[in-house]
Design a protein around this ligand. Structure first.
Ligand SMILES: Nc1ncnc2c1ncn2[C@@H]1O[C@H](COP(=O)(O)OP(=O)(O)OP(=O)(O)O)[C@@H](O)[C@H]1O
Length: 348
């Protein structure tokens, strides 16, 4: 958590057992205890120094609402690293340590950006180091109204579902899946990784929306009247966000602005289509998808969280055709690879 970062507030301490089982709750509590240990150790080992004393800044890699990420090299060893700096003006020490430590505990998975064990405190910022992605993030690759070539979309789906399964296996919920948080390490999305663990929380943490929902927000978070105390968060929140992300990758559109039937006609159309099951009710933006993709997204975008398919549902659909009139995944991948190689040569 980074300071005022919250779209959601953490709320009280009572759970509605309809929403979570005791077993699920204890999984989240074990994750919280494990994080507390790493946090206490990392807090004692924070390095107090100014960035330029230790690292040479090469260029800025990105900027979020809370963090600035720089490509730096180690002054003695020359190693290239990404340094995320969070201003003390908007980030508490605890919030910074939390994000840093979640990254440390999850970073052993190939689909998750590796965080190095060095936390830094300067006069004005907190910072930590991670492996740098030199091909940017996924948002730059999604073409409006077209999305990504199918092979690249399937590679993303495979790697991201595996990364999210890893997060869930540690008793955590990621809660911030969006293209800006998916970093590209190889052309054609052959290697992509999840980053930014500022919103990750133990399963069962009670949360409620503090701002308006975004397309990736699951519908159960949008009905605060049923649970004024907040919703105990579950991995199914990430499954919903994965469904929305895959829709964006395959079509270049958001399926809706927010999953609120009364306020969003696109979401209402989707619900009507689910209820009738008739092809003639299929909303227009879904026309770019194959029946296989319909089935996969039908599992991930199930409005009832208890009936929703897990992120690993993706696996059974890989290698089949997901885009209507698409080239075979292999051919599409080759095409994109060539395009990116040409661009790289051109840049030199
Ligand atoms: N390891 C990295 N290598 C390359 N670029 C990175 C790396 N980490 C982050 N970035 C870039 O910096 C941007 C901002 O980083 P990040 O999402 O961590 O910041 P944030 O302030 O926490 O974001 P948000 O606004 O989502 O809260 C990313 O979208 C990405 O483009």
């Amino acid at each position: 958590m980074t300071g005022e970062k919250g779209e959601e507030d953490e709320a009280g301490l009572s759970w509605d057992l309809e929403d979570i089982t005791m077993e699920e709750l204890s999984e989240g509590q074990a994750a919280a205890r494990a994080l507390e240990d790493v946090l206490a150790l990392s807090s004692q080992a924070l390095l107090r120094a100014e960035v330029e004393d230790l690292y040479r800044e090469v260029r800025q890699l990105g900027q979020g609402r809370f963090g600035r990420v720089l490509l730096v090299t180690h002054r003695q060893r020359g190693t290239a690293m990404a340094l995320k700096l969070l201003s003390k003006a908007s980030t508490t020490r605890q919030g910074f340590l939390y994000e840093f430590c979640v990254g440390l505990t999850l970073g052993s998975h190939p689909g998750i950006v590796a965080t190095y064990g060095i936390g830094l405190e300067t006069q004005t910022c907190y910072g930590f180091l991670s492996e740098p992605a030199l091909h940017g993030d996924l948002i730059a690759l999604i073409q409006p109204k077209r999305g990504l070539p199918e092979a690249a979309a399937q590679l993303c789906a495979q790697q991201l579902s595996s990364a999210l399964e890893h997060v869930h296996s540690r008793g955590l919920v990621y809660r911030d899946l969006k293209p800006e948080n998916v970093l590209v390490f190889e052309p054609g999305c052959r290697r992509v990784k999840l980053t930014d663990f500022g919103h990750t929380r133990p399963r069962g943490t009670l949360l409620r929306l503090a701002g308006p929902p975004i397309p990736y927000t699951a519908p159960e978070l949008c009905s605060p009247s049923r649970r004024p105390q907040g919703l105990p968060i579950q991995p199914s929140l990430d499954a919903w966000a994965l469904g929305v992300l895959l829709f964006c990758l395959l079509t270049g559109y958001f399926p809706w602005d927010q999953p609120l039937a009364e306020e969003d006609p696109f979401y209402q159309d989707f619900l009507d289509w689910r209820a009738s099951g008739r092809a003639c009710d299929r909303p227009a933006p879904w026309g770019a998808l194959s029946p296989t993709a319909d089935r996969l997204l039908g599992l991930l975008l199930e409005p009832q969280p208890r009936l929703r398919g897990p992120v690993g549902s993706v696996r059974a659909f890989l290698g089949q055709c997901w885009q209507e009139r698409a080239q075979s995944p292999q051919l599409a991948g080759k095409g994109e690879e060539r395009e990116e190689e040409e661009q790289e040569e051109g840049a030199e």
